[in-house]
Each structure stands twice: as structure tokens, then as C-alpha cells.
Write a protein that binds this ligand. Structure first.
Ligand code: GDP
Ligand code: MG
Length: 765
């Protein structure tokens, strides 16, 4: 072993030692705690990586996410005292507003130690208006815990978070909580996983009840009973389940079911059962570790979901859930690796897999930005490759900017601890990055590779309203506050409407904008008022158009472009996200059909194409009908001529001019956001709700299902008809109804609806 202190270490020698690994297969391992470089081999490093779990907790609101997380922090020693959501003093919901509303709005990343492992826990928000927050945290997770309410089972919002976790291929385990409540039923809740989430539940535990309360958890994998003693059940006391126990046979039956299902799902386990455990009494004999390995494999391939259970509030079962996170969810090594676009010598793009190798150059992804009153802007990074050092210089490849890391930290709820360096697989919090926003990629500044991880898909805002400060003197402060809020929340847009001299807020839903407004009031002490909520429409073009645009700048920068604009073909394969000139959010595509050898490309080809693409995107942000963004179009650059004086900026200017003419020529129509609505309500109100949806709100009912007296209605509705719907639904269903709205697509308005909208917004049609 060779120890080298990093800080005083000359660069050249460091390079030599870095090179050393090529000859010896050994490499320098930075040790986080001691600040020393230890000469070690890759196997040792991988062992360290295997001990990391990046997990998120997902749930329907009120299923017990905050309560469970608090217990996890307490048992792992991160906090010394357990807060109570009902008293509003939990560590996780540290914003005042969340305390009052009882919901978690900003996800906080927390690092906690558990039995020699490091669990990085990302608290995801429960409310659907914040699904963007959920998505950006899911993007960096290797695994997830889904918490269900033991009485309600799978609820409306569970579907949403579940389908999001499927989208990112995240292995999941399920914790069925609140089993202390009257009417809770573990079997029914786990059946709802099979029926509603269409997944295979693998029950690994059940609860033991004494006359009055929950007492213990029986683990059918280890065939033992765990009791939770001491303050908040901190001491787990395990004992084998004796054969004389009244529930021994039941546990054995559950174990047999588990083994049978695992054998069906996992060939390796099936072989093991045949080869090693033949015979009648095999069920009791199969080693717990063999079952755990099989459970881990089927979880990681997402063939099934292990089910755990307990009651967080009554301090039952949470430590076993932590054990399961370590046992069944993947480490960064076993998780699927992200892909990135690699720009080679500024000409060609290729896609590469980013593996968690620490000896390769750094690659990190910014998944969250928050403003801290003391520290300034904090950027949360998932390190995918290499090592991140404090005080290092990085390149933000998404924006082409240099950045300097000041402090490097790890988050422990609302407290941060400094680190000298952090390796691939970890979650870091850094200060000093001025230009980095959610979704950006950061690499080492000396790296020759321009590597860009695919960004979080930020949905376009569907609602907007005006906002104003109560007094003129506060307007400036409001502008500053909105700027910070926008940095924190990429789904929030702030624009200034010159015509009406108003500041406009655009967001994902009514609640989203209201919460922003509350935050301005409480966190920044500014009193503001919001205008009427309005729907964000889109515009598109009716027919193709083509122009030959000339442009001559004042310094003789001549440029001419042959350019066309046409509606995107229905069902055309525009979803190709790796196309660098396709804006998936707005469905705007730019195609270049200028021949390679054209003088047009005398300038740097990538630079010219990127400038044209940016100019198209900028110009299409305001349509000619009502000034809404133009979408569902294809712009083709058919030909172009330039002179020696032509600059990239003049080409971009020419594109803007051409497009404005093209928009006038092509004619426009309005598109409106169509939302998917999932309503859960008491069966007896179904008629009323359905009738209102289809007759009053232009709703198209997709499915109506009933389970245990609860209706699930799934429909598509135009967003414009849904303003204020939560009050309506509550009164229609005597408070039993809940709903979630998610954006589905944009759809052309019928002629008479378009006329009505034009009349309402601009006064004539
Ligand atoms: P979140 O919205 O998912 O973060 O849920 P919370 O943790 O805020 O919990 C919502 C409510 O459920 C609170 O009133 C909790 O006290 C309560 N709760 C959480 N876990 C349990 C449990 O295990 N049993 C019971 N009976 N109530 C619980
Ligand atoms: Mg919560």
C-alpha cells in the first residue's frame, strides 16, 4: 500500500501515479474520510461501490412517506429525535409551507449509513402537480421504495408514480404501511399490486398482532420474528419462529408460495431447488440467503416486487425495510447505466454508456437546484463516472460554460457535511456553480470529450396567470425572487408581457402556481396577488409554405436561405430523442438538406446548424394567432448561400426573419392541452361524476372500474374545462372523490371552440 497526501501533491507526480494503473492493474483510490490516496485495485473500489444504494421513496399522498423516512433517519443515527408530521416538526418537510399543507414539495436528498452501506435517500414529492420533481429525482435513482396505505392499497396516484418508475426502469420494493389501522389488510393490499399495477407481488413478511396492537413482523425468508423495543422501537430483537408457534404452519405456507413464485421467475433459483433441495420438506430447508439472492435478481430485472410490511407510526418494520433496500435494490454497479451523447471532434454524435468507473474522467448530472439563504445556490449532482473534487473546475457541456466548484458536500436532511472528494455512484451537493440548472451535464474541464447525458424531460407549463407585488417598490424584489424560484424549479416559467405590462407565471397546475405564490409570501415575506388562471394553448400551421429569404447586415454580411415550414406529419416518428435538432417538448424539428460540399458549410458546420436550430426555437416561441408557442412543425433548410463576411449571428437573424414570414403565409390554428384524469370516488356518486365529465367538460371516458365499492374513472378532458374542478368534485362526491390530472397531448380545437377562445382572449375572431 502506498499513501499519498493529495493536497500537497504535485500534479505531474499525480499523473504518473494515475498512469501507474495501466502497468499494474492497480489504481489510486481516494479515501473520503482521511483525505489520502490509497493505491488499490479496481476490485476494492467496486466493493465500495457495491455498498451504495441510491433510492427514492414514492407514495400516494398521506401513505406515510414522511413518517417512514423520519424513522429511517432515526434508526441510522442521522437524527436524534423523531418529529411528527401531525405536529409539523419533521426534518424532511422542513419548509413551513409543507408543514401546514402536510405535503412534501421539494425533494431533499439525504445520505444515511446502514449496516456498512450508504443509502442516499431522495425524498420525492407526493403531489401530482409536482410530478416533474418526481421525475427528476427518479432520473438519478437506482432503486425505489413504494409505500402503500394498508387500508387503501393501490390509490390513484400510486399509478402515476408507478408508471414513472417503470419509464425509468427502476427496480422497486413495496412497503405496506399503516397495518395498525382498523380495516388494514395486507393480503388485499398486495393483491391490489397484482391487479392494479399488473406486477407480481412477492410477500416476504406478515405482521403479528396481539389483542390490542401490532406486535411484531414475521419474516418468511429467515423464518424468524422481529420485535421492536426501546425508544421508538430502535432495538430489533429477532428470534427464530418456533415450530410450536400457532402461525408456524402459516409462515411455512407463505414461504412455499414465495419459493414457488421465485422458481417460476428465476431459472437459477429453479435449478438450485431441483439440484440441492429435492424432497418433501424442502420448503423449510431452503437457505434464507438463496432466497434473498433470487429476490434480488427478480427485483433488479423488474420481474417482480418484494412486499414488506409494518407500521411506521407505531415503529414496526422500518429497520427491516432498510435491510431490504440493501439486500434487494441494486448498487450503482448493478443498476442500468445511463447513456450520453458524445460529440467527437465537433462533427459527429454517438451514443455511449456511462459506466461508474472512477478512473475515467468525471461525468455528473445536475438533478436539483435549491437556493439556500446561507450558502447560495446549491446544486445536487449524481456522479456517474470519475471523481469529483472540491474546488475543481468543470465544464457544463449542456451550456458550454466553465464552472468552479467551491464547496463539496453531502446532504443530511437540512444539514450539509463537507467532503474532499466523492466518487462515482454518490450524490453530491455543491456550491459555486453559477450557470448550472436541472438537467445539465458536468465533466472535467480538461476532458476532451463533450459528453452530454440526456436531460430530464421538462413538461411545458399548461397553466399561467399574472402576478404582481402589492406595492411598486417591491416589484424589483419580486423580480429577483422569481429569478431564484425559476432556477430552483425548471417547470416554472416567468415571462414579462410587454403589451399588458404584467409579469406572467407559467406552471404545471393550479396548485403549483398557488404553492409558488405561498412560498413568495412566506419564505421571502413578500405580499403578492395572482391574476385569473388561464390555459396555455399552442399554435400550429395549416399548410406548408416556403420562402427565399435574403439578409444583409450593416457590415455586408450577406446571407440567403431557402427555407420551408410545414405541419408535422401525424404519427410521424418525431420521438427520436437522440436527434440533436428535434425539440421533443414542442415537437419542432429542423432538417438540413443543404449538400455537404455547399459553401454554406465553410464555417463550422455544427456551429451553424446549432445556431439555426436555436434561432428556429426562439422564433417559434410566439405564434401569430395569440402569441402562444408554435408546435407540431418541421422546418427544412433547403439551401443557402453565404459570403466571406457572413457570420453565424447573421444566419440566425435571417432564419428568424424567414420564419416570421412563413408563419403568416402558412396560416395558424390553436391547439389545447388534453389531460388524462383519473378519478377515485365512492361508487354511489359515479353517475353524477360521469355525467358532469361528458356533458359539461367535453370529457371522453376511457374506462370505469370498480373495486370494493370504489370507482376508478379514467378519461381524457381538455384542461380548459377543468379550472376549479377540485371544489366541484368534492361537492359532487361528499368529499370522497380525489383526482389526478396529467398532461396527455395537444389537440386541435374545433372551429367553434377556437372562435370562442379567440373572442375571449383578444376580443375578436
Ligand atoms: P406522506 O404524505 O406520504 O408524507 O405521509 P405522512 O408521513 O405525512 O403521513 C400522513 C398521515 O398518516 C399522518 O397523519 C401520519 O401520522 C399518518 N401515518 C403515517 N404512518 C402511519 C402508520 O403506520 N399508521 C397510522 N395509523 N398512521 C400513519
Ligand atoms: Mg410527506
Amino acid at each position: 500500500m502506498l499513501f499519498v497526501r493529495n493536497q500537497t501533491f504535485p500534479y505531474a507526480i499525480k499523473q504518473i501515479l494515475y498512469g501507474f494503473k495501466w502497468y499494474t492493474g492497480r489504481t489510486l483510490l481516494p479515501n473520503k474520510r482521511t483525505g489520502l490516496y490509497i493505491l488499490s485495485n479496481r476490485r476494492y473500489y467496486n466493493k465500495e461501490l457495491e455498498k451504495i444504494r441510491n433510492v427514492g421513496i414514492m407514495a400516494h399522498i398521506d401513505a406515510g412517506k414522511t413518517t417512514t423516512t423520519e424513522r429511517m433517519l432515526f434508526y441510522s443515527g442521522v437524527i436524534k429525535h423523531i418529529g411528527d408530521v401531525d405536529d409539523g416538526d419533521t426534518v424532511m418537510d422542513f419548509m413551513d409551507q409543507e408543514r401546514e399543507r402536510g405535503i412534501t414539495i421539494n425533494s431533499a436528498a439525504i445520505t444515511l449509513p446502514w449496516k456498512g452501506h450508504t443509502i442516499n435517500l431522495i425524498d420525492t414529492p407526493g403531489h401530482v402537480d409536482f410530478t416533474m420533481e418526481v421525475e427528476r429525482s427518479l432520473r438519478v435513482l437506482d432503486g425505489a421504495v413504494l409505500i402503500l396505505d394498508g387500508v387503501a392499497g393501490v390509490q390513484a396516484q400510486t399509478h402515476t408514480v408507478w408508471s414513472q418508475s417503470r419509464k425509468y426502469n427502476i427496480p422497486t420494493i413495496i412497503f405496506i404501511n399503516k397495518l395498525d389501522r382498523v380495516g388494514a389488510d395486507l393480503g388485499r393490499a398486495s393483491r391490489s399490486v397484482a391487479e392494479k399495477l399488473k406486477s407480481i407481488p412477492l410477500q416476504t413478511q406478515f405482521t403479528l398482532q396481539n389483542r390490542t396492537s401490532l406486535e411484531a413482523i414475521v419474516d418468511v425468508v429467515g423464518m424468524n420474528v422481529a420485535k421492536f423495543e426501546g425508544e421508538h422501537g430502535i432495538d430489533v430483537v429477532r428470534a427464530p419462529l418456533p415450530e410450536t408457534h400457532p402461525l408456524y404452519q402459516f409462515a411455512l405456507k407463505k414461504r412455499a408460495e414465495l419459493i414457488e413464485k421465485l422458481a417460476e421467475l428465476d431459472d437459477k433459483f429453479m435449478e438450485l431447488i431441483f439440484d440441492v433441495y429435492e424432497g418433501d420438506d424442502s420448503v423449510a430447508k431452503v437457505l434464507p440467503d438463496d432466497i434473498r439472492s433470487a429476490l434480488r435478481r427478480v427485483t433488479i430485472t423488474r420481474a417482480a416486487v418484494p412486499i414488506l410490511c409494518g407500521s411506521s407510526l407505531k415503529d414496526i418494520g422500518v429497520q427491516l425495510l432498510l435491510d431490504a433496500i440493501v439486500a434487494y435494490l441494486p448498487s450503482p454497479l448493478a443498476a442500468s447505466f445511463p447513456t450520453a451523447t458524445l460529440l467527437d471532434q465537433k462533427t459527429s454524435y454517438s451514443t455511449v454508456e456511462v459506466k461508474p468507473n472512477f478512473h475515467e474522467p468525471l461525468c455528473a448530472f445536475a438533478f436539483k437546484v435549491v437556493n439556500d439563504f446561507q450558502k447560495g445556490l446549491l446544486v445536487y449532482l449524481r456522479i456517474y463516472r470519475g471523481v469529483l473534487h472540491a474546488k475543481s473546475t468543470l465544464t457544463n457541456t449542456s451550456r458550454g460554460k466553465k464552472e468552479r466548484v467551491q464547496q463539496l458536500m453531502q446532504a443530511f436532511a437540512d444539514e450539509y457535511k463537507d467532503a474532499v472528494r466523492l466518487c462515482a455512484g454518490n450524490i453530491a451537493v455543491v456550491t459555486g456553480l453559477r450557470n448550472t440548472r436541472t438537467g445539465d451535464t458536468l465533466v472535467e474541464s480538461s476532458s476532451k470529450q463533450a459528453l452530454c447525458l440526456s436531460s430530464v424531460n421538462i413538461p411545458e407549463p399548461v397553466f399561467f396567470c399574472s402576478i404582481e407585488a402589492d406595492s411598486l417598490k417591491n416589484e424589483k424584489f419580486l423580480t429577483e425572487v422569481l429569478e431564484i424560484l425559476q432556477k430552483e424549479d425548471p417547470s416554472l416559467r416567468v415571462e414579462y408581457d410587454e403589451d399588458h405590462q404584467q409579469t406572467i407565471l407559467k406552471g404545471m397546475g393550479e396548485l403549483h402556481l398557488e404553492v409558488i405564490c405561498e412560498k413568495i409570501r412566506r419564505v421571502y415575506g413578500l405580499s403578492v396577488s395572482l391574476g385569473e388562471m388561464q390555459v396555455a394553448y399552442r399554435e400550429s400551421v395549416l399548410r406548408p409554405a416556403r420562402v427565399l429569404q435574403q439578409f444583409e447586415g450593416s457590415l455586408g454580411q450577406l446571407c440567403s436561405l431557402d427555407i420551408s415550414l410545414s405541419p408535422a406529419e401525424e404519427n410521424s416518428d418525431q420521438k427520436n430523442c437522440s436527434d440533436p435538432f428535434f425539440d421533443a417538448v414542442n415537437n419542432v424539428k429542423v432538417e438540413f438538406s443543404i449538400p455537404e460540399e455547399n459553401e454554406f458549410y465553410k464555417m463550422d458546420k455544427v456551429e451553424v446548424q446549432t445556431a439555426i436550430y436555436e434561432a428556429v426555437k426562439n422564433t417559434l416561441t410566439t405564434g401569430v394567432l395569440l402569441g402562444f408557442p408554435v408546435s407540431h412543425v418541421v422546418v427544412r433548410i433547403l439551401n443557402g448561400t453565404t459570403t466571406n463576411e457572413t457570420t453565424v449571428a447573421s444566419i440566425a437573424f435571417c432564419v428568424g426573419k424567414a420564419l416570421r414570414r412563413l408563419l403568416e403565409m402558412a396560416g395558424s390554428y390553436l391547439l389545447e392541452p388534453i389531460m388524462r384524469i383519473e378519478i377515485t370516488c365512492d361508487d354511489k356518486y359515479t353517475g353524477l361524476v360521469l355525467n358532469d365529465l361528458s356533458s359539461q367538460r367535453r370529457g371522453q371516458i376511457a374506462s370505469v372500474e370498480v373495486t370494493d365499492g370504489i370507482r376508478f374513472i379514467n378519461a381524457l378532458v381538455p384542461l380548459s374545462t377543468m379550472i376549479g374542478y377540485s371544489t366541484v368534485l368534492r361537492s359532487q362526491t361528499a368529499g370522497s372523490g380525489t383526482f389526478i390530472l396529467t398532461f396527455e397531448r395537444y389537440e386541435k380545437l374545433s372551429e367553434h371552440v377556437q372562435k370562442a377562445v379567440l373572442l375571449k382572449i383578444r376580443g375578436y375572431c
